[in-house]
Design a protein around this ligand. Structure first.
Ligand code: CA
Ligand code: CA
Length: 375
């Protein structure tokens, strides 16, 4: 099922330990491939329904990833007492380009239609890169360029693992196979609402989503990148699993880059709190938004803040002793100075500060609509 890049012709020169590692890896690859083939043969993905009751019976349970990054030591969110932690940026020593977005994050998500042909290109690797897919079909087009054909099962997700052969650093391009969408008001009982069919300002970024990520209860903790989980982007509306969302690779990459920027300024956080990621048009209207064109409904927007102590409000990252709009302004400046619209187009987008009110603390809205927007 899985076609891989030809191995380096160095068998005779392999050191015994390296050969052992390769042997174990090959065994694991074969096992993983067999497993996924078996799962597909069974035609089943019974994960959502089986566990929905367990999860819904625990309302208010905060997922582990939403808790503060500072797991040890006294709780603090002041800039003066951040300690000596370092930020693991989760970057590999080479870069992958998928769907027009470049990323060197060791987990990089990509969202594909059933049976879609996905082009994967590697740049900057110090040695030959080998690719192995857990499922689907992988074809090497030329050195460093592959075409992966997604399985036809909506809801499947699989790693296409790219490994450079010098230091064995690797990137998992984690492909999520979308459930095709044609404007239905709900999917498997999960309310979507209505997308407008007329494009806002003729911008194709406002086209009807072609598909949705199916999120079972187990998928909530699925990593989409080194510091973000799929569940962080779920719409906050009620409903049982499976749930559905739209998410864009560029948004996840942008949020990872923002975490790196924060770390360079001394604010080390394991993730950003995503107060609002994907919003169904149904939910967006229900919370009182009058626009039908929120970027949240297109999967490329997130309202975020730093919340290492998990108290539900922005941390005091400017060190003035309190949480306020000034802390959101720190995030704003970092985004504004990094993604000014003149850089990679896929990462350019909207940015706004929101002051605290009775319903929420301060936060910033970040999106990757493809061009600069401020309000
Ligand atoms: Ca906090
Ligand atoms: Ca502050």
């Amino acid at each position: 099922m899985t076609e891989v890049a030809p191995a380096r012709r160095a068998g005779a020169r392999l050191q015994p330990l390296f050969a052992l590692v390769l042997g174990l890896a090959a065994t694991a690859i074969v096992t993983a491939t067999m497993f996924s083939v078996t799962a597909h043969a069974a035609g089943a993905r019974p994960r959502g329904a089986a566990t929905a009751a367990r999860v819904s019976s625990r309302p208010g349970l905060r997922p582990a990833w939403s808790h503060g990054a500072t797991a040890t030591g006294p709780k603090t969110n002041s800039i003066a007492a951040r300690g000596s932690r370092t930020h693991d940026d989760g970057r590999a020593n080479f870069t992958v380009e998928v769907q027009g977005v470049e990323s060197s994050y060791r987990t990089t998500p990509v969202f594909v239609m059933p049976g879609e042909h996905l082009s994967i290109r590697v740049t900057g690797a110090p040695a030959k890169v080998q690719a192995v897919a857990e499922t689907g079909r992988l074809h090497i087009d030329e050195p460093g360029v592959w075409t992966w054909t997604a399985p036809t099962t909506p809801g499947a997700h699989a790693c296409i693992r790219l490994t450079e052969q010098k230091r064995l650093d690797s990137i998992c391009v984690k492909a999520f196979v979308l459930r095709p969408y044609h404007g239905e008001e709900s999917l498997d009982g999960f309310r979507i609402g209505h997308y407008r069919r007329d494009l806002h300002e003729d911008d194709p970024a406002y086209a009807l989503p072609e598909g949705f990520v199916l999120v079972s209860a187990e998928d909530v903790d699925e990593s989409v990148s080194p510091h973000f989980k799929l569940g962080q982007f779920l719409c906050k509306q009620d409903g049982t699993y499976p749930k559905f969302l739209v998410l864009k690779t560029a948004l996840v990459v942008k949020l990872e880059m923002l975490l790196e920027k924060l770390a360079r300024d001394g604010v080390i956080a394991d993730t950003l709190h995503v107060m609002s990621g994907y919003r169904t048009p149904f939910y967006n209207a229900a919370i009182g938004n009058e626009t039908s064109y929120s970027r949240h409904s297109y999967g490329d927007a997130a309202d975020v803040y730093v919340d290492r102590d998990a108290d539900g409000i922005m941390d005091d990252i400017d060190g003035d002793g309190r949480s306020s709009t000034k802390d959101a302004r720190v995030l704003y400046r970092l985004v504004d100075s990094t993604f000014d619209g003149s850089g990679p187009g896929r990462l350019a987008g909207g940015l706004a500060i929101y002051a605290p009110n009775r319903a929420h603390g301060p936060f910033v809205h970040v999106d990757t609509r493809g061009h600069r927007a401020r309000w």
